[in-house]
Design a protein around this ligand. Structure first.
Ligand SMILES: [Zn+2]
Length: 263
C-alpha cells in the first residue's frame, strides 16, 4: 500500500454566501501525518486566539502544471514550479492566510515545528515570498539529507530529490520516472530505510539489490519487492500510513479509497 491520502478538514480562505468554507475537496487530500499535524496546529493556533485558514494544500500533476503555466504566462504572480518538484503534489505542503493567524510568524514556526512541520524560507519574515508555505516532509527528509550529504547527485538539488520521493510515495504521476515509477519507489524506500544505493534514478542496479539484501528483502517480481518494502515502511513510519483520527471524528469521505479521492 502506498501512502494513502485522506481529506483535511480545515477552513479555507474561500467563502460561499459570505461563510468561510472548508478547503475544497480537490485541494483537501493530504497524507495522514500531514492531516494530524494540521489538526494539532489548528488547535494550538485557536487556543492562542488565531485562526488557521488554508489557501492551498494538494495539487494534482495537472493542477501543478496549470499553476506553473499561469506563472509563466504572468497570469499568476507567485512562482509555481513545474510538476514533480513541489510537496503540494504529495499532499505534504500547505499555504495559509498569515493575517488570520494572530500569532507572530515566529511563534507559528515554533507551533509548526512541534508537529514536524517546517517553513521553506530561512527567517520568519511575514513579507517574504513563500512565508505562507509550510510542509510536513516526514520520512522524505531522509532523502533530502541523503542528497545533501553527497550520497547521490542526479537531481539539481536535494529538495527536488525529496519532492520526487514524496510524489512517488503516493503513486501520483512523475514525468521524470515515467514507466519506471515502481523501481524509483523501491529506491526511495531503500534510502528512507537507511540503505546507500547511489542515485535514485529508477534503474535497479547492483547497489539497489545490495540495499534490498541489507534489509532482508528477497529478490523477486517488482510487485513483491514493493509489498515487502511497504511493510517495512509502515513499521518504521506508521504515522505516514494510518489516519489516527478517532472514527467518530472522521468525515465520511475519509473512508474513500485514496485513488477515488484524488480522481
Ligand atoms: Zn505552497
Amino acid at each position: 500500500m502506498k501512502t494513502p491520502l485522506v481529506a483535511a478538514q480545515i477552513l479555507s480562505i474561500y467563502r460561499s454566501s459570505g461563510q468561510r468554507v472548508l478547503l475544497p475537496k480537490r485541494m483537501a487530500p493530504c497524507t495522514p501525518d500531514t492531516k494530524r499535524a494540521l489538526q494539532a496546529i489548528q488547535a494550538e493556533v485557536e487556543a492562542a486566539g488565531g485562526r488557521l485558514y488554508l489557501s492551498d494544500l494538494f495539487r494534482s500533476h495537472d493542477m501543478q502544471f496549470q499553476a506553473h503555466l499561469d506563472w509563466k504566462t504572468k497570469k499568476k504572480k507567485a512562482y509555481s514550479p513545474p510538476p514533480g518538484s513541489s510537496l503540494h503534489e504529495a499532499g505534504r505542503a500547505f499555504d495559509l492566510d498569515l493575517g488570520a493567524l494572530k500569532v507572530t510568524l515566529e511563534t507559528f514556526w515554533e507551533i509548526a515545528a512541534s508537529h514536524g512541520v517546517r517553513p521553506i524560507i530561512a527567517a520568519p519574515n511575514p513579507r517574504a515570498s513563500e512565508a505562507w508555505h509550510f510542509e510536513r516532509r516526514g520520512s522524505h527528509q531522509l532523502v533530502y539529507d541523503y542528497y545533501q550529504a553527497g550520497k547521490a547527485s542526479n537531481f539539481t538539488s536535494p529538495y527536488r530529490a525529496m519532492a520526487a520521493s514524496t510524489i512517488l510515495a503516493i503513486g501520483e504521476p512523475l514525468d521524470l520516472f515515467e514507466g519506471k515509477a515502481d523501481a524509483a519507489y523501491v529506491q526511495s524506500a531503500l534510502i528512507r530505510l537507511g540503505q546507500e544505493i547511489g542515485n535514485l534514478d529508477g534503474a535497479i542496479g547492483p547497489k539497489s539489490r545490495k540495499g534490498l539484501q541489507g534489509l532482508g528483502v528477497p529478490a523477486g517480481p517488482l510487485a513483491d519487492v514493493v509489498a515487502a518494502l511497504d511493510d517495512l515502511l509502515q513499521a518504521q513510519f506508521p504515522e505516514e500510513f494510518y489516519d489516527k483520527t478517532p472514527l467518530d471524528a472522521r468525515d465520511p469521505f475519509d473512508q474513500t479509497a485514496p485513488a477515488a479521492l484524488v480522481a
